[in-house]
Design a protein around this ligand. Structure first.
Ligand SMILES: O=C(CO)[C@H](O)[C@H](O)COP(=O)(O)O
Ligand SMILES: [Fe+2]
Length: 232
């Protein structure tokens, strides 16, 4: 399992997005939080900004859609250039059809679970996905405290992935920092979203390197670096 670090631009300076994207050269993906003020009580950005960001950086975009009706809107994010598109299972009407559509359009398909959503009912969907996202805060805002009661869910999800013999990635998002990333890695996560821990640091790229080293030490892995690990 190669460790991947995905800085969340939710904590970046939105007036300088292109520069902020370039400030984390060692990142595997840029995590882009799309919020619609309906699925979550916050409003961020949409398709035109994703398209512009994709042109401003070589780092692939990992779009986390916290929106109602992802069945209707997710394909547009693939067309806008996202390399990975994550929809919330709580909002999707037809998650299998949607995952297949995202893959058919050429992106990685991922499904997210809010903290109170269990993984077990969705076990049979795992082969349809490239990544599962276990939220470690209630979605909607950056800078929240990590919910360590999610660690057993991360562990159970990794066990299910292994039982099915799948290669899929397991992402954690929310409150991931130098003091929580090792526990996430030990529990089986391999893709780590970090917003405030990266963009709140004096040197964001150094913060990425430090988070990567902590996760790798926790699992005894030394993965590919930067964008080499990303891609389909
Ligand atoms: O999806 C999210 C919030 O809903 C963000 O990706 C997440 O909160 C990242 O920020 P931080 O690392 O500061 O918690
Ligand atoms: Fe996110």
């Amino acid at each position: 399992m190669a460790v991947q670090i995905n800085p969340s631009i939710l904590s970046a300076d939105f007036s300088r997005l292109a520069d902020e994207a370039k400030a984390v050269e060692g990142a595997d993906w840029l995590h882009v939080d799309v919020m619609d003020n309906h699925f979550v009580p916050n409003l961020t950005l949409g398709v035109p900004v994703v398209e512009a960001l994709g042109k401003a950086t070589d780092t692939p975009l990992d779009c986390h859609l916290m929106i109602e009706d992802p069945d209707r809107w997710a394909p547009a994010y693939v067309e806008a250039g996202a390399g990975s598109v994550t929809f919330h299972v709580e909002a999707a009407a037809a998650p299998v059809r949607l995952a297949r559509e995202i893959r058919a359009k050429g992106a990685r398909a991922a499904m997210a679970l809010k903290p109170a959503t269990p993984i077990e009912p969705y076990e049979d969907l795992l082969p349809e996905l490239d990544m599962l996202l276990v939220m470690t805060v209630e979605p909607g805002f950056g800078g929240q405290a990590f919910l360590d009661i999610m660690l057993p869910k991360i562990r159970r999800t990794r066990e299910l992935i292994s039982r099915h013999g799948l290669e899929m990635w397991l992402q954690v998002d929310g409150g991931v920092s130098a003091s929580t990333i090792e526990r996430c890695a030990e529990a089986g996560a391999d893709v780590f979203v970090a917003g405030s821990a990266v963009y709140g640091a004096e040197d964001p790229d150094k913060a990425v390197r430090e988070l990567r080293a902590l996760a790798e030490n926790a699992t005894g892995t030394t993965g590919l670096c930067g964008h080499q690990a990303a891609g389909r």
